[in-house]
Design a protein around this ligand. Structure first.
Ligand SMILES: [Mn+2]
Length: 316
């Protein structure tokens, strides 16, 4: 694949590589960052994988997870962004992008305009991990550990192989990754059946607070800082809670509004058909057509009013 050789060539011309995912990292972000880090090391380079975040606890089963968010250098000559639709998603690590001689942006978000010197953006890819698999499938750089990392992002970004982006090619990639000898049952258990008790308590609270609008077509879940404090959770524990709002029969658009310090709400949208990238776009956010997000300043009830109005318009 031409793009693979372009990436390998850039890595070969570098010495120290920083692989960077996005703020509030998910499985695809962490899986692809660790996989790309290991691929760079296999090419004989010093590589670190980071994102601007507290290290999430749910991915500790991943190989080399101790290397995630362990930056060793003050300057890198190659910066590789993964799963990050724009530079803002890199948080404070944007300064390493600015300071690097060369840069690569590997992503699958349709709103990615290409902010690096080399941009490998494929909006048809279901996850960055899937894209990395396609790129490096025949390079000899994928081993069992990389396969676990890539399988993780393939699974999480397809919603456990349940979302509409799941197709024959997704299963072909999953099958090929299994061929490296990974224990799929164990990985799935680690990914989906090892929640902390406090996260489960927060889930109960969040579900209890779901409200329906527009004849049950819109579901709104609100998680406040008080909810987090009551359960001993932090904002990273809100990851994935929106799926419970999405799972209600008849709901076309689900919304999770998670309070952040400073009178801010991080709002996520999921949809089965309506364009919620456009809804998030009204508030300065973006993402995929069926999964998007934005940050809104305001009180809980003001934010709720505004997102419900915008979502209601998107239904018609
Ligand atoms: Mn992704």
């Amino acid at each position: 694949m031409k793009r693979a050789s372009e990436i390998i060539n850039a890595v070969e011309h570098a010495q120290n590589v920083l692989v960077c995912g996005h703020i509030r990292p998910d499985g695809d972000c962490i899986g692809s960052a660790l996989a790309m880090r290991r691929i760079c090391e296999k090419l004989g380079k010093n590589a670190d994988a980071v994102c601007d975040c507290d290290k999430p606890s749910g991915f500790a089963f991943l190989p080399e997870y101790d290397k995630f968010c362990a930056r060793r250098f003050d300057k890198y000559d190659l910066f590789i962004a993964v799963d990050s639709a724009d530079e803002k998603r890199l948080g404070e690590y944007i300064k390493f992008l600015d300071g690097a001689k060369n840069s690569i942006d590997i992503d699958h978000h349709p709103t990615n305009a290409g902010y690096a010197k080399i941009n490998v953006v494929d909006a048809s890819a279901p996850s960055v991990c899937a894209l990395l698999f396609d790129l490096f499938e025949n390079s000899g750089l994928i081993d069992k550990d990389v396969a676990v990392m890539l399988y993780t992002g393939l699974s999480t970004d397809t919603g456990h192989f349940m979302h509409s982006n799941t197709n024959a090619r997704v299963f072909e990639r999953a099958a090929a990754l299994c061929g490296y000898g990974i224990d799929v049952g164990a990985v799935n258990h680690d990914l989906y059946c090892s929640k902390s008790e406090k996260k489960l308590r927060l889930t109960a609270r969040a579900i209890d607070g779901i409200r329906l609008y527009a004849d049950g077509k819109i579901a709104l879940m609100t998680i406040t800082l008080d909810d987090l404090a009551a359960c001993g959770c932090d904002t990273s524990d809100t990851e994935g809670l929106i799926d419970f709002a999405t799972s209600i029969a008849g709901v076309k658009i689900s919304i999770a509004a998670c309070e952040q310090p400073g009178n801010l709400f991080r709002v996520s949208f999921r949809s089965v058909s309506a364009d919620v990238a456009a809804v998030a776009g009204r508030f300065g956010g973006g993402g995929h057509r069926l999964a998007s997000g934005c940050i809104i300043n305001g009180s809980r009830y003001d934010v709720a009013d505004r997102v419900i109005s915008a979502a209601t318009l998107a239904l018609s």
